[in-house]
Write a protein that binds this ligand. Structure first.
Ligand code: ATP
Length: 287
């Protein structure tokens, strides 16, 4: 079934960016449908952040075009800004203001009631510390404030550049759960990340960029079927120790497994789904 163009809230056509003579984003074209979560992956320096910066209107494309909510990036950037939320890796909070006050500034900016701040802070498990200055917050707490700040005007499209990079597991979990809630509520998300587990959990579409070029844009499960292969993890007993091996599903390995079974050496066996990390490695080798 083809999707009508009006269902795409982000559409990029042949977008490129050159710094001096170097092309860092090369003829990128893709569309994102309302409610989808797109994970933009790629090695360091692939051009992911530059792409988001162009979509935010922070860097001017060298060529190409983009529409967001049907609005033209070149001529209607202001209207676009009021409809999107963005979180960059580098935090830029008001350090001497409290978490509450940081959000209050943005509520006033976007003409939103201050009453929405408390539930937001509670949701991110920050209410207890809401009135302390941000300068005493941990990295994870700051990141949670940054995400809430991007959401006070209830955007339907969120750009997140490495939202959980370098955070402890507790902060990452709180943020990911909140992003899953937003996704359920129909918010469209474009995120970059080097954490394949995070991408697997949050994204339904995967775009892979290398050297500024889009190598693949695909439904996550289709990508796993196309580029991944499942493997078999087996633990078996030898004379004096337990051995753990991860085997590719080849005819030779199946013969080996039947042999181990016949000799009653198998302790446990389970099949493992193709991981996005393996697929990332495979795609990085393409060019
Ligand atoms: P990472 O995963 O490390 O964050 P990335 O995919 O986000 O990488 P970008 O930050 O978009 O990559 O950078 C793409 C390329 O553009 C890099 O080679 C980078 O050095 C270059 N680049 C980015 N900004 C500038 C700039 N202002 N001037 C010159 N080159 C730049």
């Amino acid at each position: 079934m083809t999707i009508p163009d009006s269902d795409y809230i982000l559409e990029i056509k042949q977008l490129s960016k050159k710094y001096r003579q170097k092309t860092v984003v090369d003829n990128l074209s893709f569309k994102v449908k309302s409610g989808q979560t797109l994970g933009l992956l790629g090695p360091n320096g692939a051009g992911k952040t530059t792409t988001i910066r162009m979509l935010m209107g922070l860097t001017r494309p060298s060529s190409g075009s983009a529409t967001i909510f049907g609005l033209d990036l070149k001529t209607q950037a202001k209207q676009i800004h009021s409809k999107i939320g963005v979180v960059f890796e580098r935090p830029n909070l008001f350090e001497n203001l409290s978490g509450y006050e940081n959000l209050a500034v943005f509520c006033r900016l976007y003409d939103q009631p201050l009453s929405l701040i408390k539930p937001l802070l509670e949701r991110m498990e920050l209410w207890e510390r809401a009135h302390e200055p941000v300068k005493v917050y941990s990295k994870g707490m700051r990141q949670r404030i940054l995400i809430l700040r991007a959401l006070v005007h209830r955007p339907r499209l969120l750009f997140l550049d490495e939202p959980c990079s370098g955070l402890d597991p507790v902060s990452s979990r709180i943020i990911r759960d909140y992003l899953l809630e937003l996704k359920k509520a129909g918010v469209t998300i474009l995120l970059t990340s080097h954490d394949m587990e995070e991408v697997d959990e949050l994204c339904d579409l995967i775009g892979f960029i290398n050297n500024g070029k889009l190598i693949v844009l695909s439904d996550k499960n289709a990508l796993k079927t196309k580029y991944g292969s499942y493997s078999i993890k087996v633990v078996y007993q030898t004379d004096n120790k337990l051995v753990e091996e991860v085997l590719a599903p080849t005819p030779e390995n199946f013969l080996r497994l039947s042999d181990l079974y016949a000799k009653q050496q198998v302790v446990s066996i389970r099949s493992m789904e193709a991981s996005l990390s393996d697929i990332f490695r495979k795609l990085s080798a393409l060019n």
